[in-house]
Design a protein around this ligand. Sequence first.
Ligand SMILES: [Zn+2]
Length: 114
Amino acid sequence: MATATGQCASKIRLEIQDLIRQLNSKKATLENLENSCLHEWEEKFTPEYRRGYHMPSDREQGIELGVDSRPAYDVPDRTIDKWTRTCKICGKVQETTYSQDVVHTTKKPSWPGR
Ligand SMILES: [Zn+2]
């Protein structure tokens, strides 16, 4: 492998290994910083629109599976509830599509008898 191409490829391989080491080291440093941050979150509702699509049947796609053939179907457009929060201190960004219902209760008087 004494060709110019071989030497060039070997050099690039070594450079890539070094970059991967640097990347992993920086990832670890960032993770430590984020883990030690006392996070001050700024939260936003960032819903995500997903365009619907038509999935052709197996037959339309030229796939013949006999009785197991999958029919065509349509996936409608939909909007996914999503929230994004950004830390005002370290800049960490998190996204979630999980939510919980918040139930607000109010008190009303309860009288003895009718
Ligand atoms: Zn933070």
